[in-house]
Design a protein around this ligand. Structure first.
Ligand code: 13P
Ligand code: ZN
Length: 267
């Protein structure tokens, strides 16, 4: 089987290039994973890594960037910079790639846990992306780190933000990266919100395709950029809750429960 002909692999390479071109992948920053629909049962395992397998993933195939690999190098040499694994109950088996002997991203636990919870919510789910989106990271130093306030600020700064992120943006306080605990905490937040900001580090996002997951980061990142450009200036006009509710009505969107204040109906 010619792995490089699998459509998800070109999508993977294109996404790596795009993230790098945005400046969100300094050195080896960021990682990508995609669940594959192809049957790769004919590929013999090259080596196995013992890791916990969260529910619903056993027997699935996942493409993921390698640990320490620069996203900008993925398109030019996929076989060295990414790997395809079979997910087993007690670990992951490398079937293709990572030919220099390196392992999968240090954020494997976060990717696996996020895939597991998102598949429960949406069977069409396929992609998880982690990037070091500059403005979102900057915002975590100067904005309260709770899901509702963070979301409300982003929604109020870009008209279409609420349309694409109606479930809001979740935020995790700073935690060490690359651990099971952080992976599980990220997935816990992802049950409700497809995008989770890691304070002072980056963002995780999920979607039905890499483009879908990246699109969410682009929207949140643009709103964060506007926040940093205007938050120190006198504000003369706003997208307030009544305007946000108008957008929801026109676009038929249900915003996250309790995030907008509903105006009191006249007696
Ligand atoms: P990896 O190179 O192991 O994927 O780590 C990059 C990163 O961004 C860790 O959070
Ligand atoms: Zn990171």
């Amino acid at each position: 089987m010619d792995i490089l002909k699998i459509p998800a692999i070109s999508e993977f390479c294109r996404t790596a290039e795009l993230i790098h071109s945005r400046g969100w992948a300094e050195r080896n920053g960021g990682n990508i994973s995609l669940l594959l629909d192809e049957d790769l049962g004919s590929l013999a395992p090259i080596r196995k890594l013992p890791v916990g397998c969260p529910g619903g993933l056993e027997g699935r195939y996942i493409a993921i960037t390698g640990s320490g690999k620069y996203l900008r190098n993925v398109p030019r040499d996929p076989e060295s910079n990414m790997g395809i694994f079979r997910i087993c109950r007690d670990g992951v088996e490398l079937l293709w790639g990572l030919k220099d002997g390196s392992g999968p991203s240090s954020e494997l636990a976060a990717h696996l846990n996020c895939h597991s919870v998102r598949l429960n919510v949406d069977p069409a789910h396929r992609a998880v992306i982690h990037t070091h989106a500059t403005n979102l990271v900057a915002m975590t130093f100067v904005h309260p780190l709770n899901d509702r306030d963070f979301t409300r600020t982003l929604w109020s700064l870009l008209t279409e933000c609420i349309m694409f992120l109606p479930d809001g943006v979740a935020v995790l306080p700073w935690m060490p990266c690359g651990t099971e605990e952080t992976g599980r905490a990220t997935a816990e937040k992802m049950k409700e919100s497809r995008i989770v900001v890691w304070a002072h580090h980056g963002v995780f996002s999920s979607g039905t395709s890499a483009e879908d997951a990246l699109g969410l980061i682009e929207v949140a990142e643009k709103a964060a950029e506007i926040f940093l450009k205007i938050s120190h200036l006198p504000i003369l006009s706003k997208i307030d809750d009544s305007r946000l509710l108008d957008i929801c009505k026109v676009m038929n969107i249900v915003p996250r429960n309790g995030y907008l204040s509903i105006p009191e109906s006249p007696e």
